[in-house]
Design a protein around this ligand. Structure first.
Ligand SMILES: C[S@@+](CC[C@H](N)C(=O)[O-])C[C@H]1O[C@@H](n2cnc3c(N)ncnc32)[C@H](O)[C@@H]1O
Length: 391
């Protein structure tokens, strides 16, 4: 197993298993399965699958496209993959775009250093939010137009768009993924929202000091720190194969080899990842989508059946059936406060997997981060590992 400390943390992510890796990996090892392939089916940050890249051939899959950026950063040998001096060249290009944008829009000035009271701050935020109605005549203005004065300030958005533009120069090279992973990290830690992008905070007299702290954070400083950390990562020379897909879980399961160890960590609440992380999806797609609601979500967001009361049982049944179809093994992460209970999952699993599989459950107490959600009261939950090993 690759030490997770050495796979740099890239984003605040709801349900990330980084802190639970030891529990998950030891549960996998306890099963003692002889297999060449490991599939991380709902990979998110992809930390679980990528930590096993020295032991198996790895398939990483998640329906959200941004997840493939993390996997493409972690899976190849990162160390020495790009010369640190490249960062200087990247910065030069970014500064060129930033400068060009400012020169083209001399009237757009939103200076937080001049703000001395709540009313001034409120006015500044609304003026920026209204840029969504502006027609910009210069390329790479998506974040400035859609998100100024929301999760990020206008200035931060100018930098995000300019860095995204420079990433295009690196398509087909390792640098593309390293730049974008570092940018996602910077966006995650400069956003004024609470760890995700479901809603930005409206300014109030009581939160204004805190919001100002986020508004003046420098995107480049965060990016640079992460970029160098990724490059300095001590890595192993791995010769195993890997594949990275952004498919629905059922489509991915058609592609796996027989006798694959499938690690499944589906959503366990009604919160859809596509709503929490829409802005990161848009960063990668960069497609100027139609956006809706106060949170400015993409209209074409994916709605997972695992997050819907009426569909979750059927979604699990299909998962079990396809794994059995491929003569593979399942290791399922779930929570005891999920959409359905562990008994319900086992009932579906036992009925479908039958006696060619051996089912088992392990639990561990775990405190989940609230990620700003007020609908979660008690965060001390049991983390479950439900496994079905083919006999
Ligand atoms: C609990 S998170 C996984 C966290 C991950 N194990 C980690 O450590 O970061 C669940 C993931 O399932 C993905 N997802 C939801 N519905 C999906 C579907 N139908 N097919 C594939 N992925 C899906 C979400 O995008 C999300 O990243």
């Amino acid at each position: 197993m690759i030490d997770s400390v050495k796979l740099p943390h890239l984003m605040k992510y709801m349900g990330s298993k980084r802190e639970l890796l030891d529990f998950i990996i030891s549960s996998i090892n306890d099963l003692d399965i002889e297999s060449n392939w490991f599939c991380d089916l709902f990979s998110g940050t992809s930390i679980v699958g990528c930590s096993l890249k020295d032991e198996y051939n790895i398939q990483i899959n998640d329906i959200q496209i941004y997840t493939s950026i993390f996997a493409n950063t972690y899976l190849p040998n990162i160390k020495n993959s790009i010369n640190p001096t490249e960062l200087e060249k990247i910065k030069e290009r970014v500064l060129f775009y930033v400068d060009e944008f400012y020169k083209k829009h001399p009237g757009l000035i939103f200076d937080y250093r001049l703000v001395s009271n709540y009313n001034e701050l409120h006015r500044l935020e609304i003026q920026q939010q209204n840029l969504i109605y502006n027609n910009f005549e210069i390329g790479f203005h998506l974040f400035v137009k859609y998100y100024s004065g929301t999760y990020w300030s206008y200035t931060q958005c100018v930098w995000i768009d300019s860095i995204r533009a420079v990433a295009e120069d690196y398509i087909g090279q390792r640098g593309y993924y390293i730049i974008l992973s570092s940018l996602i990290y910077a966006m995650s830690y400069t956003s004024q929202s609470t760890g995700h992008f479901a809603q930005f905070r409206d300014v109030t007299e009581s939160n204004m000091t805190d919001i100002m702290l986020y508004r003046i954070r420098d995107i480049w400083t965060y990016l640079e720190k992460k970029f160098l950390e990724i490059l300095n990562v001590v890595d192993v020379d791995v010769i195993n194969r890997y594949s990275i897909t952004t498919l629905d879980y059922l489509d991915c399961l058609r592609l796996i080899e027989r006798n694959t160890i499938v690690y499944a960590d589906p959503p366990y609440s009604s919160v859809h990842y596509s709503r929490f992380y829409h802005a990161i999806e848009t960063l990668i797609r960069y497609d100027y989508p139609n956006v809706k609601y106060k949170g400015r979500y993409r209209e074409d967001r994916h709605q997972s059946p695992f997050g819907k009361k009426t569909e979750v049982k059927n979604a699990f049944a299909k998962l079990f059936k396809e794994i059995k179809n491929r003569n593979s093994h399942l290791i399922l992460s779930y929570s005891d406060n999920g959409m359905i209970s562990q008994d319900e999952i086992m009932e579906i699993g036992n009925a479908i997997m039958g006696n060619t599989y051996k089912g088992n459950i392990q639990t561990k107490e775990y405190t989940h981060s609230k990620m700003g959600r007020s609908d979660i009261h008690s965060m001390g939950v049991n983390e479950l590992i439900i496994s079905y090993k083919r006999q």
